[in-house]
Design a protein around this ligand. Structure first.
Ligand SMILES: Cc1ncc(COP(=O)(O)O)c(C=O)c1O
Length: 318
């Protein structure tokens, strides 16, 4: 409310043991075997796994291809064609993991309009909401929640505390009561010491101004700079095509000019040059790999060293 300027009622909020816990509660509460869920392709890999486990492979996952010919082109007509009377949920992540792409207002609102007409929920994971580079934070982060929206929020990334396990949902109060019941059965509650630490932090004088500066100015500026550096380095690397990110801390690139298997690419790169990337196949896109620059944001020398090793690896394979 204070930082992203969204009006939220207390009854629309539920905190959890990281957003992973809450997303599981959401899937448990609305999905039955035979139901369908639409995720983007590529999509954050943990969601596919969660849905498969929770639906015991009985939930049909449909993929809305948002990257076509190396560009981010989320087409609403294509989304519409995937919807059936079994569709329960459409899940978006913006800025995206693994691709750093941002849904603009028109498309995101278009998705919510389409879903709302058919009584479908839209879950929007904004784990990287403090990492929007160029045009500032999209207006959908500050407008009131629409009826069929579930916002999935984590403090892991924006406060750099992934191990503290703290996240929350903004959703319809009656849906939250169901998720809360499931959450109580599965994990009982978020850990108490972390909650106390957050309360203490948020009670400090001047903390809101400090967080506004950190989340809305310093973080995007710093990450945009490093993302540009990575893209400059990738531009000098032959045989690959990268997708320029608009947010987050990942760069997704096409390695099909070098080899077809993303798993083979990342395991050889790790074995031979000690650089770790994530295989695109885990996110639904074979032939691509994800680079996370988060671990080297503070160390540009190490970043350049890593990029140089990737280049030398590629040259050794072509
Ligand atoms: C898109 C996205 N959502 C959620 C998470 C995990 O959030 P949490 O630490 O709150 O469980 C991640 C972690 O990588 C992520 O990339």
């Amino acid at each position: 409310r204070e930082i992203f300027r969204r009006e939220v009622e207390e009854s629309e909020l539920l905190s959890g043991l990281g957003s992973t816990d809450l997303a599981a509660g959401l899937f448990f509460s609305i999905l039955d075997p035979g139901d369908e869920i639409i995720i983007t392709n590529p999509c954050y890999l943990n969601y596919t796994r969660q849905i498969e486990i929770i639906g015991r492979l009985g939930v049909n996952i449909k993929r809305w291809q948002t990257i076509k010919n190396g560009k981010f082109i989320p087409d609403l007509d294509e989304l519409q064609s995937l919807i059936t009377d079994k569709t329960k949920l459409i899940l978006l992540v913006t800025p995206g993991n693994p691709d750093g792409q941002v849904f603009d207002e028109r498309v995101l609102d278009g998705v919510v309009d389409i879903a709302s007409e058919k009584g479908i929920l839209v879950a929007i994971d904004v784990a990287y909401r403090a990492f929007h580079y160029e045009d500032g934070v999209p207006s959908y982060l500050s407008r009131p929640r629409r009826e069929n929206e579930v916002w999935i929020v984590t403090l892991s990334k924006e406060l750099r505390v992934p191990g503290w396990r703290m996240g929350y949902l903004v959703a319809d109060p009656s849906l939250l009561r169901v998720i809360e019941t499931i959450q109580q059965a599965m994990t009982l509650c978020p850990a108490h010491p972390q909650q106390l630490a957050f309360v203490r932090m948020l009670s400090k004088d001047g903390v809101i101004e400090e967080l506004q500066d950190f989340l809305l100015k310093k973080t995007p500026k710093k990450y945009q700079k490093v993302a540009s550096l990575v893209c400059d380095e990738l531009s000098k690397t032959p045989y690959i095509q990268y997708l320029r990110p608009s947010g987050g801390f990942y760069v997704f690139f096409d390695i099909r000019g070098i080899m077809a298997s993303s798993k083979k690419f990342v395991s050889q790169l790790l074995d031979e040059w000690q650089v770790a990337l994530a295989p695109g196949i885990d996110f639904g896109m074979e032939g691509w790999v994800r680079l996370s620059f988060a671990p080297v944001v503070e160390d540009q020398k190490l970043l350049k060293e890593g990029m140089e090793r990737i280049r030398r690896f590629i040259l050794s394979k072509t």
